[in-house]
Write a protein of this length. Structure first.
Lengths: 267, 303
């Protein structure tokens, strides 16, 4: 610090351990601001799921139904739409942002600083999780206001499940960004992966209304397990009875992170 | 002079291509050192090995007493980097970029002083995508200075800028040096190297062609000064008999007289007046780094 004494009041000096925390804080802050300025991102995270709530709510209402074990169509849609937002932000958002940042040379600019790659990714994941929570809160408020949807689980359990599912989906997004040579390819892979998945996993349309053959496909889609886990916890099922769903998501998270970490490149 | 960069026999290959093929040099503290050469000569690969962004295939690199690729994070705390090709998120604003990048360093400048230094104060809330080429470049220099580095690396600083913006960049680089920083830059503009650098290293195909001050390189070439003027339809053959003149070339529009010595220009003017030749647009052209490159490599710098 003495080294810079001559620089007077134009410089700011921080002590070692706070640097990582401060970098993390400013990166999350900047990511959230950029997200707020990106109309497409805001649309898919907030407006689109809210639209689904309003439209499907008008079509099906929220009357208790035997098909949904006595819950209404909108009740079961709340955790499903949360999964939808997770899938959209995780696959589309992360894959497209990361690959286009790389293509434009933005990641390279970050590489030329003392920041660790892990810190960049942690901040990205955190900012994305905050966006997901914001989208989900909006959906919940609208669903509750219009159709009086029910929530019978524990908030912290659901929050934990969102973090697990979110990081698993983000890992898939980073994997796609790592695999794709260009931003354009990443976008195509992400869309081809995401769009069938959001319809076949129960994230938009409850699987109960789908034929058996679709269920067979659903069993192979990671997002299906996000829907099942969130829905179970949402209506008060204990983690113990959702061990399979949890294991699948942990597996996706670990495997995709391991591969994505190898494939991750700044340029 | 204390040397702060030592490079010994640096090589970097990509597959079969030897981008950098055995380069050795030192850079002294407080100098503006230029890597000069055509596109693809290996300038960027060399500078990126110094910055720790690329690992040499072989050879040794020491920057501020450290091995950049082994101690990348420690090095990046103390150096400033402007990359040849990079970008920022389109909607990120100037002041946000400076705050963000400042926060990544242990020690950083207050952004107000940086905005002022780079004349970006009025653009502080402008989004990156809305900046002009020159403004973007100034922002990237601001980012390179945000950690108050001891050494600044500038890769193709003025490529794509108009002449006026280029000149203001040169002033800026001199200011950086005047604050006691060492500056290492690459350029494929010979004029830029000549005007800005204390020392230049001319590279071609991954090898050093010449290294010295621009003045010494030009003088040691022993190249002729050129006198150019227009004299349509008149006989100028008598000029070739002057002692200071080595040869005379003429085209439809102008005459070029090659020669050297203190009396070269005055003897040509006297001869023209004695022969009552009417001449226009008389000018002299000193040999420059462009000529040095041409004579050393046998090819023009400009693509």
């Amino acid at each position: 610090m003495m080294r810079h004494a001559g620089a007077g009041n134009t410089t700011v000096v921080h002590r070692g351990s706070s640097v990582a925390l401060r970098s993390f804080g400013s990166l999350v802050n900047v990511n959230l601001k950029l997200f707020a300025r990106e109309p497409a991102a805001a649309f898919f995270t907030v407006a689109f799921p809210v639209m689904l709530v309003v439209i499907f709510g008008m079509i099906y209402g929220n009357e208790p139904d035997e098909m949904f074990d006595g819950y209404g169509s909108m009740d079961v849609s709340m955790p499903a739409y949360t999964a939808l937002i997770l899938g959209t932000v995780g696959l589309l958002g992360v894959a497209i942002t990361t690959s286009s940042y790389r293509e434009a040379g933005i990641l390279r600019r970050f590489q030329a600083t003392p920041m660790r790659p892990l810190l960049y990714i942690a901040a990205d994941v955190t900012a994305n999780l905050i966006m997901v929570l914001a989208g989900m809160a909006t959906v919940l408020v609208v669903g509750w206001g219009l159709y009086g949807v029910r929530f019978e689980g524990q908030a912290w359990s659901v929050a934990l499940a969102i973090i697990l599912s979110g990081t698993a989906m983000f890992a898939v997004g980073y994997l796609i960004a790592g695999l794709a040579p260009t931003a354009r390819t990443a976008q195509i892979i992400a869309m081809v992966t995401l769009y069938p998945m959001i319809f076949l996993s129960g994230a938009t349309i409850p699987l109960e209304v789908m034929p058996e053959s679709i269920h067979t496909i659903s069993d192979f889609l990671p997002l299906t397990y996000v829907v099942r886990l969130l829905r179970g916890l949402w209506f008060g099922e204990p983690w113990g009875s959702l061990m399979f769903e949890t294991s699948v998501l942990v597996g996706v998270l670990v495997i995709c992170t391991a591969i994505a970490a190898r494939l991750f490149r700044w340029e | 002079m204390v040397s702060t960069i030592q490079v010994r026999n640096l090589r970097r290959t990509y597959g079969d291509v030897r981008a950098v093929d055995g380069i050795s040099f030192e850079v002294a503290e407080g100098e503006i050192f230029g890597l000069v050469g055509p596109n693809g000569a290996g300038k960027t690969t060399t500078i990126e090995c110094l910055e720790g962004l690329r690992r040499p295939s072989s050879g040794s690199v020491r920057v501020l007493g450290m091995d950049p690729s082994a101690e990348r994070r420690a090095i990046t705390e103390r150096i400033g980097i402007q990359l040849q090709e990079s970008a920022l998120p389109a909607r990120l604003r100037v002041e946000e970029a400076l705050t963000l990048f400042g926060s990544l360093y242990r020690h950083h400048l207050k952004i107000d002083s940086l905005l002022e230094l780079l004349s970006l104060t009025e653009k502080r809330t402008t989004a990156f995508a809305k900046l002009s080429g020159g403004q973007k470049q100034r922002l990237f220099i601001a980012l390179a200075l945000v950690n108050e580095p001891e050494m600044v690396f500038l890769d193709e600083l003025t490529t794509g800028l108009d002449p006026q913006a280029r000149r203001s960049m040169w002033d800026l680089v001199r200011q950086i040096r005047d604050r006691g920083r060492t500056v290492v830059l690459t350029t494929h503009y010979m004029e830029e190297a000549e005007r800005l650098c204390d020392r230049v290293m001319i590279v071609d195909r991954g090898r050093i062609v010449a290294m010295d001050t621009p003045g010494v390189l030009i003088t040691s070439l022993g190249a002729d000064t050129r006198i150019v003027f227009g004299a349509p339809g008149q006989d100028v053959s008598s000029l070739s008999r002057l002692a200071a003149v080595t040869r005379v070339e003429r085209s439809d529009s102008h005459v070029i007289v090659y020669g050297h010595g203190d009396r070269f220009a005055s003897s040509v003017i006297h001869a023209l007046e004695d022969a009552e030749i009417v001449f226009t647009n008389f000018r002299t052209e000193e040999p420059d780094l462009e000529d040095v490159f041409l004579s050393l490599t046998g090819k023009e710098m400009r693509e």
